[in-house]
Design a protein around this ligand. Structure first.
Ligand code: ADP
Ligand code: ZN
Ligand code: ZN
Length: 748
């Protein structure tokens, strides 16, 4: 590698690299490449140690000397002739790096699709289709029955088929296409994007509330945050569709963020049918190549509408018109590892920078957003009635104290379910715990099965019983083992599954409701992306019972669902997490919202040992709004978000002393900052709690502890972190742990 001349020249590339080091790295441009000032935002390939890395030029300027006198290294190559990242997106990502206190290089790596992160060129952006080759046409008859054969038949019947259409025609077609392509039977061809544009279909005419909401969005000039607070089934999606149609009519791009489980083929089909432009889906099931193509299509201004989960918030929007966040309260918008960003909050930052309206919709808005609406920072639009003919469900509390329970279900519940089925309805039994049973217990000596990698002497983490009692699994670290036949402690044979998960409920219902189908829907039964669709399609609309977890709380329209029974909520009523009441209230309202969607009234049964719990009382008497008001008052009194701002520093190590030693250093540095001895004195008011054990003090063999930071003003929190982090990074204790910083943690 050519060494730099000494003294170094005036300008170098200051490169953000995907490394956990809070700094930029200086490189000379390769020979023959002038350092031009517009190099900022271009990717470059650079040597780093014995490797080569791809980074993004963050600054062009004078080199910063490390003081160790090593000569400047020379970049291997510049990868983009013009900046890949620029303007608003680059500025917003810089903001995100400052806000999360993460290295810019790691933030950029999180924001870019895999191929771009690895230095591949911006891909071309054709739409793609498949057709049979000559060999394929000749060999079709010899294929055995199966997906590849079905695909070959489809290609034979239709000639060329767009990938979008294939999504609708044949589930799992990608694997089939790969298999045909490998044999030379089919090939992928680029097609003009225009062929896939559907003719827009009109929707229902809006009711007064919906019209008022749409008018408010259309009236918004420039940045404007609007909370669309509408009960389930009130027609929020119709409001989005009208606002997006207007955005398209103005020639602008729209970005729609939806929760992980909200992005169903149903949702996409609805958007596609109504908008009359290609709607680009972005979700975790998408291949890397597709992600990069979508990214490129937006960057070039070719694509108009994206509907995507969390990471879609990083799409470039050179011609922005509108950002929509559906189910804005949903926990999946917060990334829980790596760069711990909140897609909703980042979307707001981007909307502001782009100067476009942002519409946040929910039947159960987050307390943060409600607070912002109350404080006048967001407009507050309300949809209080269900759209069309649909009526709100009746809610009944079933007191199960002293009642004999089977798989956690009371006799009243079994009876009600049975009656509903006989009357021709469908039933959802909701239980937020999958598996057969949460605990395996020895009735003779009290032994219970705990995860060996996640338990401490003081706090055991039970393993969940699966496979009808044959297997044990830890839901935290994934450890699996066969269930013992006899108690490992006393040798007794009185091992019992305690409590009930979805598997056991399914078993019990199936035994009692012979003649009616019972279908379980949870992460265990729907490993593959399309599995849920398929299961629900088979379930159809005839009388039957769905047993499910959170996965069923939203997303899929189940028009014949007339009874929802919610069981096992009691532990949520007494959780230590300050957000637990909010999450429980949201879940109850969302699940209840599944009942009686169409023209049939619905009923909700809430089975509990605590019928007089204030949360249930408030929720039943006054709905989510009343709950939110009470809960906000309690948050204010306890100085919790949104009335305070928090950050969490978590450390894990093989020995708890190492984790605690690191956190002690962090605490010391932060205290110095808060006392005004570092930085500019803005950090006053910071409160530090800990080191304390994490809610799971051991996980997968690592011992975990944490520090909770809290301040009435965001500014104090960030000033303290800015001032303290360099010393924390430099401390020798830091190298002995795995640690993370989470600003605005979802749970503590
Ligand atoms: P949300 O997003 O608030 O849950 P949707 O927009 O999905 O509600 O609407 C719920 C149902 O009501 C859908 O089937 C939708 O087609 C229907 N709907 C929405 N608005 C109207 C309307 N103005 N008139 C008749 N039906 C409507
Ligand atoms: Zn025992
Ligand atoms: Zn475990």
């Amino acid at each position: 590698m050519p060494e730099a001349p000494f003294p170094p020249p005036q300008t170098v590339w200051r490169v953000a690299l995907p490394l956990p080091l809070p700094r930029l790295f200086d490189y000379l441009p390769p020979a023959g490449e002038p350092v031009v000032d517009d190099g900022v935002g271009c990717r470059v390939r650079v040597p780093f140690g014995r490797r080569e890395l791809v980074g993004v030029v963050a600054e062009v300027g004078a080199p910063e000397f490390d003081g160790d006198g090593t000569a400047l290294k020379t970049a291997v190559a510049r990868l983009d002739p013009t900046p890949l990242l620029q303007g608003e997106l680059l500025d917003s990502l810089r903001w995100l790096a400052r806000y999360t206190h993460a290295p810019l290089g790691e933030v950029l790596a999180t924001a870019l699709p895999g191929p771009l992160r690895h230095g591949e060129p911006l891909p071309d952006t054709h739409a793609w289709a498949w057709c049979a080759t000559e060999a394929g046409a000749a060999g079709r008859g010899r294929l055995r029955a199966g997906k590849p054969r079905r695909l070959a038949d489809l290609l034979h019947d239709h000639g060329t088929l767009d990938e979008d259409r294939l999504d609708n025609l044949l589930e799992g077609w990608r694997d089939a296409a790969r298999s045909l392509a490998k044999r030379g039977h089919a090939e992928r061809v680029a097609v003009a994007a225009a062929t896939q544009v559907p003719v827009p279909r009109p929707g229902p005419s809006l009711n007064d509330e919906q019209q008022a909401a749409v008018d408010a969005v259309l009236a918004a000039q420039g940045f404007n945050a609007l909370l669309l607070d509408g009960v389930t089934g009130s027609g929020k999606t119709e409001v989005y569709l009208h606002a997006i149609a207007d955005c398209l009519a103005r020639g602008k791009q729209a970005l729609v963020l939806v929760p992980e489980i909200g992005l169903t083929p149903q949702t996409l089909a609805r958007f596609r049918a109504r908008l009359g432009v290609p709607v680009h889906a972005l979700h975790s099931g998408l291949g890397d190549g597709e992600r990069a193509r979508t990214w490129a299509a937006f960057a070039r201004g070719e694509a108009r509408v994206a509907v995507g989960t969390r990471s879609a918030v990083f799409l470039p929007l050179p011609e922005p018109g509108l950002i929509v966040i559906d189910e804005e309260h949903d926990a999946s918008f917060k990334q829980q590892d790596g760069i711990r960003y909140h897609a909703r909050d980042f979307a707001l930052v981007r909307a502001k920078a782009l100067d476009v309206p942002v519409l946040l919709g929910s039947a159960t808005p987050s307390l943060e957003s409600l607070r912002n609406a109350q404080a006048g920072r967001y407009g507050h639009l309300r949809l209080q009635r269900r759209a069309g003919q649909a009526q709100a469900p009746r809610v009944r509390v079933v007191d199960v104290r002293k009642r004999p329970l089977e798989a956690g279900l009371s006799p009243e519940l079994f009876e009600r379910v049975h009656a509903e089925l006989r009357a021709g309805g469908q039933v959802l039994v909701f239980k937020n715990r999958r598996g057969y049973a949460p605990v395996l217990l020895c009735h003779d000596c009290g032994w219970s099965a705990h995860c060996p990698r996640c338990s401490t002497p003081l706090k055991g983490t039970p393993m969940t019983v699966h496979g009808g009692g044959r297997r044990l699994q830890c839901h935290h670290c994934g450890t699996r083992r066969p269930a013992p036949d006899a108690c490992p402690d006393c040798g007794g044979l009185a091992l019992q599954s305690q409590g009930a998960g979805t598997e056991r409920i399914e078993e019990s219902l199936a035994a009692r409701l012979s003649g009616f189908p019972v279908l379980r829907i949870d992460r265990g039964s729907t490993q593959k992306r399309d599995a849920l669709e398929k299961l629900l399609a088979e379930f159809g609309t005839a009388p039957g019972v769905l047993v499910g977890t959170q996965m069923l709380a939203k997303g899929h329209d189940l028009p014949n669902l007339t009874l929802v029974a919610v069981v096992g909520i009691d532990e949520g009523l007494f959780s230590a997490d300050f957000r637990a009441p909010e999450k429980l209230a949201q879940l109850l309202i969302q699940v209840a919202g599944r009942a009686g969607r169409a023209n049939k009234p619905g009923e909700v049964l809430l089975q509990t040992h605590h019928p007089d719990h204030p949360l249930l009382h408030t929720l039943l008497a006054g709905g989510y709004a009343a709950f939110a008001e009470t809960e906000l008052a309690q948050r204010e009194a306890a100085e919790f978000p949104p009335f305070a701002h928090m950050a969490l520093i978590r450390a894990e190590a093989q020995q708890v002393e190492l984790a605690n030693a690191f956190l002690a250093v962090a605490r010391r540095e932060l205290e110095r900052a808060a006392a005004g001895r570092r930085g500019d004195g803005n950090a006053r008011g910071l409160e530090i709690n800990g080191p304390v054990p994490a809610p799971m003090p051991r996980r997968a063999g690592y011992l975990r502890a944490q520090l909770i930071l809290s301040a009435p003003e965001r500014r104090a929190l960030h000033a303290a972190l800015d001032a303290a982090l360099p010393a924390i990074h430099a401390a020798p204790e830091t190298r002995k742990v795995r640690w993370s910083l989470d600003v605005d943690p979802a749970d503590l």
